[in-house]
Design a protein around this ligand. Sequence first.
Ligand code: GLA
Length: 383
Amino acid sequence: MSTAHCCFSALFRVLTFFSWMGISVAQESVLAQRPPMGWNSWNHFECKVSDAIIRAQADAMVSSGMKAVGYRYVNIDDCWQGNRDPQGRIHANEKFSDMKALADYVHSKGLKLGIYSSPGPKTCAGYEGSYGHEEQDAQTYSSWGIDFLKYDLCSLEGKGDQIAAYRKMGEALKKAGRPVVYSLCQYGMEGVWSWGKSVGGNLWRTTDDIRDNYYIMAVFGFGQSGLEKFAGPGHWNDPDMLEIGNGGMDQDEYRTHMSLWCILAAPLIAGNDLTKMTPATLAILTNPEVVAVDQDPGGVQGHRVRQLGPLEVWMKPLADGSKVVGLFNLDWGPMPITVDLREIGADDSAAVRDLWARRNLGVFKGTFTATVPKHGVVMIRVK
Ligand code: GLA
């Protein structure tokens, strides 16, 4: 028997054993194994979302090249819901004629469709929530072909414990049988990072709502250090969706947003209009070397190594042993930032590559220094 044949039969026997045990190997190993990448309607369209907009975003995700670098989920946020019928089944409102047909369309592009609900009777925008209908809604989503659920804490006051409510929907999704990435959105309350995984969550918001504003993005992003021990394959901290391309920050600020989210191994859920992207926006969202930092198979969330007033150094270790370092300048003018190679766990002499410029900078001994623009970043890979 050849070595290849021997290994193949051994693998086959292991897979057969797992399926005999009732364990779905493929399903368990791929659901949010890496931070989910995609797009969501809220940051740009808010309640103006419709079937036509979702189809156009799916089209643009493919034609822009975003799909090619890993973006997959096309997520409908709040405001899609209509009424429940006499049997209690939820229906979409007049802006979505046929959710199953929409899911089929998105799937036909090799993408996945996400949806939104709340554990309370009403969603944050006042639409029909899932309270008292959790199993029924999970089954409805499954029958439509939904792949991702953002479950947003609104109107649960006086209706019970939120952890129990999130567990209830987590169990309902499992019972419905279709693999659905479960995204908890309750702004980090009650230390969600310590219980989000136990209720079935694949990602959980750690912050209030992001805005297309440098200072709010910075408070959220730079405030994540310390939470790294709660993240890993299948379960991620979520400092909220991206604002890149929505117009409220300059290019250095958007590069800071993207760099920080990738060092944090955060979900990369774009929030701009993908049908109207400038080349600069697209370049920030799709730099393959930067996206690869987020999607590194090691699944380690980076952390702050050092802070000197408005100057911060962050590091994310990668599976191949190299370190990605973000040199961030939160100040109001360009500033030099120096990294001691030993403080990031690298050898005293190491090769440095600039990930935004996409070029090798050479071998450095002891320290590396770069001048970083106002509100900007230099992101390097050190090996
Ligand atoms: C909350 C969430 C947002 C969005 C809106 C929709 O504010 O944090 O991301 O989903 O609700 O109403």
